[in-house]
Write a protein that binds this ligand. Structure first.
Ligand code: ADP
Length: 488
């Protein structure tokens, strides 16, 4: 019997970060893995992102020019080149405009509001210039691309290339929204006088908000975990956009992020001299020994290593950690922090580093390779987030047999099942409230279990390493969403 051949879905995946071209956090991991997984699930995806000058030369030199056109942005008419690179079988398009993207860093400039609006408009304009590609779904990510659905509907409605395009907006963190004063409506976005746009971009009584615009205009909204998709309808997590999320809850769903098994795999990881698997764990002890040596810590296999690999910001629970840091050091473990962030936390940890020089290492930097060695060589990963849309670090840690201690929120709640001392079940440790002592006592339980019940610890570690954090399930869910939007 002949099977019904369904038409392939063409997705233009717009994002500001994607490994190996740009990464400042979890968004870069997702940009560098999710499109490949969607492709595996049978979706025809192409990625579009800015051509930053910091993209390694080995990639820039292989890019080819496919199109150029001008992008109208209010009174401006800006050049936009589209460069193409085939990378691991995937088409990546790079939006080229040196004025906006030759800056040495992706964010943090006085005119970010304009640069980001330019990128969103360029993405929409580009749809008319990509050879052999008719976009069915524009999949946007975070506030950097949230304006694309707004522009699409307000400026391109009714035109053949754009009219049937459906939009998805995935929010990786509600905290980052793009808030600007009213003047951007006219001077940058060219939307002044369009009443519907003004109303939907402006928070009641407040500034213009790019993410709010995207959430109002898009055809589907996804959060990066089911629990976070529920949480954001409440003021504590909704970051003042809960009203629009409640209003649009019928198009809101949560799809957990996955991790890239090719990048994060202790059996093949290039950053590790000693590889290991769940069935032959011996290499993990060697990784721990090498990590202790690398950081000048006492080479003791029995002392637990607790690590934090994170942005040092309030979101990540830094207030809880600094509040009980003395007590944490009193647990007799070795502690490693790899991260950068707010000066007040960096300074606080510098003070602790001075006091606890023997057992505490503070690495104030962003170092991808070293992060892999720390995931592999540690025993416990600390992640006491106040909120966590999905979180990748806890999943990466578990893959490397390092048990997470997390707060029960967002994706942490969806991926970490706390140890049950009566049944031995679980894959990590968790606590409920934003409370420093709850964190401390949970961490203490973990350290005690490590020291006193090797059998139970090994069972937990085995369960954690066998978890499926791949993109297989999530990418099927995205595909289903695309099909629903297109009525296929
Ligand atoms: P977020 O995206 O909110 O920062 P996630 O847990 O989703 O948090 O993702 C963080 C990613 O960034 C993980 O891949 C983590 O290993 C990595 N990371 C965070 N800080 C550092 C650092 N200082 N050096 C190397 N990698 C880091």
């Amino acid at each position: 019997m002949a099977t019904k051949k369904t038409k392939e879905i063409n997705v233009l995946f717009a994002i500001f970060e994607a490994l190996p071209f740009m990464k400042t956090g979890g968004l870069g991991d997702v940009g560098g893995s999710m499109p490949f997984e969607l492709k595996k699930a049978g979706v025809n995806v192409r990625v579009i992102m800015p051509k930053f000058d910091t993209i390694p030369e080995e990639y820039k030199s292989r890019m080819t020019h496919v199109a150029d056109f001008n992008v109208p942005l209010a009174w401006r008419n800006q050049y936009c080149g589209i460069e193409k690179l085939m990378y691991r079988g995937m088409v990546f398009y790079f939006v080229d405009n040196e004025y906006y993207f030759r800056r040495g860093a992706p964010y943090g400039f006085f005119d970010d509001g304009e640069r980001i609006a330019f990128f969103s408009k360029a993405v929409v304009e580009a749809m008319d210039h990509l050879p052999n590609f008719k976009c069915d779904i524009l999949h946007c990510n975070d506030w950097h691309t949230a304006l694309a659905p707004v522009f699409l509907r307000e400026f391109y409605r009714g035109q053949k290339v754009w009219d049937d395009v459906k939009t998805v907006l995935t929010v990786h963190n509600m905290k980052f929204q793009g808030k600007y004063s009213d003047y951007v409506l006219g001077d940058v976005l060219g939307l002044a006088g369009i009443k519907a746009a003004e109303d939907q971009l402006r928070c009641p009584g407040k500034a213009v908000n790019y993410l709010r615009g995207g959430l109002s205009y898009t055809d589907a909204i996804t959060m990066v975990s089911p629990t976070y998709a529920d949480e954001v309808k409440n003021p504590f997590f909704g970051e003042e956009l809960e009203d629009v999320l409640c209003r649009r809850q019928n198009i809101l769903r949560g799809i957990r992020n996955g991790i890239d098994n090719t990048n994060y795999n202790p059996a093949t990881d290039k950053a590790l001299k000693d590889k290991f698997t769940v069935d032959d764990i011996s290499g993990k002890a060697a990784c721990k020994k090498k990590l202790q040596k690398e950081l000048g810590l006492k080479e003791d296999p029995d002392v637990p290593i607790i690590s934090l690999i994170s942005r040092l910001t309030p979101q990540k629970g830094c207030d809880l950690i600094t509040r009980v840091f003395d007590e944490i050091m009193g647990l007799g473990a070795q502690v490693i922090i790899l991260g950068t962030g707010d000066k007040k936390y960096e300074d606080a940890f510098k003070g602790f580093a001075y006091r606890y020089g023997e057992n505490f290492r503070l690495l104030l930097k962003f170092d991808e390779m070293q992060s892999h060695r720390i995931y592999a060589g540690s025993d416990i990963l600390l992640m006491p987030s106040v909120f966590e849309p999905c979180g990748l670090s806890q999943m990466i840690a578990m893959t490397y047999g390092t048990l997470p201690v997390v707060r029960e929120t967002g994706g942490l709640k969806d991926t970490v099942r706390p140890y049950n001392k009566f049944t031995g079940e679980g894959n990590g440790f968790s606590f409920a409230h934003i409370n420093a002592h709850e964190l401390l006592f949970t961490l203490k339980d973990a350290v005690t279990l490590y020291r006193e019940n090797k059998e139970a610890w090994d069972k937990l570690r085995d369960t954690a390493m066998r978890e499926d954090f791949s993109w297989d399930g999530p990418s099927r869910e995205y595909k289903k969403l695309y099909e629903e939007l297109l009525g296929r």
